[in-house]
Design a protein around this ligand. Structure first.
Ligand code: ADP
Ligand code: MG
Length: 886
């Protein structure tokens, strides 16, 4: 939430400003858009903040307490654009409209009344321009109850309303899945990374009151009808509802009955895992290089939203998952139906969001048109599906079988060309409403009457150049050139209203009567058009439930055809999802990396088998060989399979994964600016606390953020825990190739390595995963590849040979100190040039090993460097004062 500067005291304000102060006092944390004629004006600190955020001119208007009032404004017709900018930057906006109609506004004596009509906050927007078409826009409320938290989330743009109870420590995972736009939470509840989405607090309420409010809002005697709600869940739901009511100035949007999500299990994916796997968003924040981007073949915005929701929360019930797979598999097997369906979907408007705006009384003519066209598209889509159909498709087809009455009414009622706003006129087609047509005829006839009258006057007074014009203040007048004034003044029925150098304006009783009649006819036509429109809106809302269900069915069909499209090429398959401990992938690929490679070289598919007897896959191999890619592709396989989508493999058999963890080592995480060992260990701790035998755990390069020995020891211990205590399906990529020797102690450990070829002293990555362990760490070769000078590479190779010999007897009961100079190997002398210097460097290496880099200040680091240099033998120190060769 952004903060707004101080506002002066209201004492002595003008009547209009007093209204402003009153509204501002109620919404101190929102920018007040104060309607004045054709503008929304902002004052004082609001104006300063908005002018800066919108890059518009800051001016001033009148005075308050002896100082000019800072002001800026945006034209009403362009307000959406400015609002969208402000909302996107995290501002909240309170909109105060003129409550008196235009006629009263013309009377300068009484001040126009103004009142708040709406509070626009990130979680309560409905306008197309402010919303992201492809994402849900959730308002989420929390109510704490000791160890657990009641959660309710709703999307007023589509009517979704769901609740859940979650252990407090699993809250971040739920927030990660739902990705709410705004959060209502008690002040005592920390939101961590989500703190920026926090809305001003609203008072909690006792559970009984909450239940009663919800029941009232949905017109039922008790909540039991909707399912079982925990107290905290009901409180959260009621808080969300109250907030919506407050922001909509009392109006309540069309919302589905709150649905408790207690029994619909979802795969738990914590925030770090979600981000690391780049499920909905890539590192760069966009969707293009994310999993979502790679699988998206949807044709409508509503379909895109559902697909995003499926990927964000994969299911854990094999039957529900199979239902989804059945749906797209049927379309894959019936390509003609799929094509007909696609024709129906293409260009289908966003009925759910149009309905949301209509329900809030904020609907424009094009929202009704969206319902009309959406219903027509639904009819076409339904025709594509002929039984026998799998369950989900049969349900969708049933939801699409609407009575055509509404669509036909809308088709007859709406004009072919629709105005952007109802008040622009012409939304209702000619011939739909006799009364409207009559008022319009009167209005338009009056115009013809004026033309006739003008001709008549010209002849009657002998002034051919005379015109009848409409004038803002004078109404209809005769306008004639100055030369004709004398001639006209001779007629007593003409009253001179205005004389100018070149022309004069006269009024007549006839004209003012006509003026009144025209204005009235136009007003009546407009009023009638509004009434007809309102009738159409309520006719539509009377069927809101059915329309919403049809919209939902269309979205589901869109996701199903998207999945079928993906599978159509033959390189994606339907996975078998079981309740067992299976995990077998044949020729799997990483869809995003594969797409990124397109052109340069082909992606090498790899199998994966984490069957119970080989549950822990240990992967070694050089940097850049494809370890991380392999780990992630298999995690994505589980996400896709349980989301109910095809997977990029030739075959896959996956036992339900209840929790997915992916821990990416510090070294690989630098891009996110979080290199500290602390973060690595915090995430590892989370895995060790939460993972269980049904989880899938990826550990990628653990222990890099600390000294080698520390790192190796930690990696070893974590591997053991995952293998023996937690018994999760595990994929463990590490540069500690020594760990591969633990197979005797850890029987389910299955070492694999990335195959690498050496060719003309260069490493060639084959990107193939093969059983076995990397013989060595290859870092030296990669260093050569990266262009490290030959002399340094040669020296490193020699040092490596020596170090490897020392560590050779690494077993479980071996002493860990790999570098301790107490363990100088007997054959050290054979190691040619490397031996002596290493022994001499031992104190330095020891010192280096013991450093806690993450806890050091830059100054301490520099001092340590000096100290390390002082530890070197004199022979080398002397050289050290020379600048290093570059
Ligand atoms: P590591 O984790 O072993 O350092 P990465 O998984 O980050 O390696 O992969 C490095 C690069 O290798 C990727 O960016 C990609 O370009 C390429 N790569 C990885 N896996 C494959 C594969 N199976 N087929 C083709 N190229 C791959
Ligand atoms: Mg890696």
């Amino acid at each position: 939430m952004n903060s707004i500067g101080a506002i002066p005291r209201p004492d002595g304000a003008s009547p209009a400003m007093a209204q402003w102060f009153a509204i501002k006092a109620e919404h101190p944390d929102a920018l007040v858009f104060f309607r004045m004629g054709d503008f929304y004006e902002l004052f004082f600190a609001d104006a300063e903040a908005a002018a800066a955020a919108l890059d518009i001119a800051l001016t001033s208007r009148g005075e308050h307490a002896g100082a000019p009032i800072p002001m800026c404004g945006v034209p009403v017709h362009a307000a959406e654009l400015y609002l969208s900018r402000l909302i996107r930057r995290g501002w909240r906006v309170a909109v105060a409209e003129q409550l008196d109609d235009a006629k009263a506004a013309r009377n300068p004596k009484t001040p126009i009344r103004r009142g708040l009509v709406r509070l626009i906050t990130p979680g309560t927007i409905t306008e197309e321009a402010l919303l992201d078409a492809a994402r849900p826009n959730l308002l989420l409320a929390l109510a704490s109850a000791g160890e657990t938290v009641g959660v309710a989330w709703l999307d007023i743009s589509t009517g979704l309303f769901e609740t859940a109870t979650t252990p407090a420590d699993a809250l971040p995972t739920l927030l990660g899945r739902l990705d709410p736009a705004e959060i209502l939470a008690p002040a005592i509840l920390p939101l961590g990374d989500w703190e920026t989405k926090r809305a001003p607090e609203i008072a909690a309420m006792p559970p009984l009151v909450a239940r009663r409010r919800l029941a009232e809002a949905f017109g039922v005697a008790g909540l039991e009808a909707f399912g079982e709600f925990a107290d905290a869940e009901a409180v959260a739901a009621a808080i969300a509802l109250d907030y919506v009511r407050a922001t909509q100035a009392g109006a309540l949007p069309r919302l589905a009955r709150p649905a408790p999500q207690g029994r619909t299990g979802r795969m738990s994916i914590d925030a770090a895992t979600r981000a690391g796997l780049e499920i909905a968003r890539a590192r760069d924040g966009g969707t293009r290089h994310s999993l979502l981007g790679a699988v998206q073949r949807t044709l409508t915005a509503a379909g895109a939203r559902v697909l995003a929701e499926w990927l964000a929360g994969p299911l854990t019930d094999p039957a529900a998952i199979a239902d989804r797979h059945d749906a797209w598999s049927w379309l894959l097997a019936n390509p003609q139906s799929a094509d007909t369906l696609r024709t129906g979907l293409r260009g289908a408007p966003d009925m759910a969001r149009a309905l949301g705006r209509l329900a809030l009384g904020r609907g424009a003519p094009r929202d009704l048109a969206a319902i009309r066209d959406g219903l027509a598209a639904a009819e076409r889509a339904a025709a594509a599906l002929s039984p026998p159909l799998p369950a989900r498709l049969a349900q969708a087809r049933a939801a699409l079988a609407l009575d055509p009455g509404l669509r036909e009414t809308l088709a007859a009622a709406l004009a072919a060309e629709l105005p952007a706003r109802l008040d622009d006129g012409g939304a209702i087609a000619l011939g739909f409403d006799a009364e409207l047509d009559a008022e319009r005829r009167l209005r338009d006839d009056s115009r013809r009457v004026i033309a006739t009258l003008q001709l008549d006057y010209a002849q009657r007074y002998g002034v051919a150049s005379l015109r009848i014009r409409h004038h803002a203040q004078l109404g209809y007048v005769i306008e004639a050139p100055a030369a004709a004034v004398e001639k006209l003044r001779a007629n007593p029925e003409l009253v001179l209203r205005q004389g100018m150098a070149s022309a004069a304006r006269f009024a007549t009783a006839e004209l003012s009567d006509l003026d009144r009649r025209i204005v009235e006819a136009a007003d009546r036509a407009q009023a009638r058009e509004r009434a007809v429109f309102a009738g159409l809106v309520s006719r539509t809302l009377a069927e809101a439930g059915a329309v919403a269900a049809a919209a939902e069915a269309m979205a589901l069909l869109d996701v199903a055809q998207s999945a079928a499209k993906l599978a159509e090429g033959g390189t994606w398959c339907r996975p078998v999802v079981t309740d067992g401990p299976d995990f077998q992938i044949a020729a799997g690929r990483h869809p995003v990396v594969e797409a990124a490679l397109a052109g340069s070289h082909t992606f090498v598919p790899n199998d994966c088998d984490l069957s119970p007897d080989r549950r822990v896959l240990l992967l070694t191999g050089p940097n850049m060989a494809g370890k991380s890619t392999y780990l992630r592709q298999n995690a994505l396989m589980a996400v896709l399979a349980q989301a109910g989508l095809p997977v990029p493999a030739t075959a896959a058999r996956i036992g339900i994964v209840d929790k997915l963890f992916s821990r990416v080592g510090a070294a690989d995480d630098l891009a996110r600016g979080r290199s500290t060992f602390m973060v690595e260990m915090t995430e590892t701790a989370a895995i060790l606390h939460q993972a269980g035998p049904r989880s899938l755990v990826l550990v990628d390069e653990i222990g890099r953020g600390t000294a080698t020995l520390d790192g190796l020891a930690i990696a070893w211990a974590v591997l053991e825990a995952l293998h023996t205590q937690i018994q999760a399906r595990t994929m463990f990529a590490t540069h500690f190739h020594e760990l591969a020797r633990l197979t005797t102690e850890l029987p389910r450990l299955c070492p694999h390595t990335m195959r690498v070829k050496e060719w003309k002293r260069e490493v060639v990555f084959l990107h193939e995963v093969a059983p076995g362990a990397a013989g060595r760490s290859w870092g030296v070769h990669v260093a050569r590849l990266a262009g490290v000078p030959a002399l340094v590479v040669k020296r490193a190779a020699a040092l490596l040979a020596l170090l490897e010999q020392r560590g050779a007897h690494l077993t479980k009961d071996a002493e860990l100190p790999l570098f301790s100079h107490a363990v100088v190997p007997e054959n050290a002398a054979d190691c040619d040039e490397a031996a002596t210097p290493v022994a001499e460097h031992a104190p330095v290496i020891d010192a280096l090993t013991g450093l806690k880099l993450d806890e050091m200040t830059p100054k301490a680091a520099l001092e340590t460097l000096y100290w390390l240099q002082s530890l070197l033998p004199d022979r080398i120190q002397a050289g050290a004062s020379h600048p290093p060769p570059c």
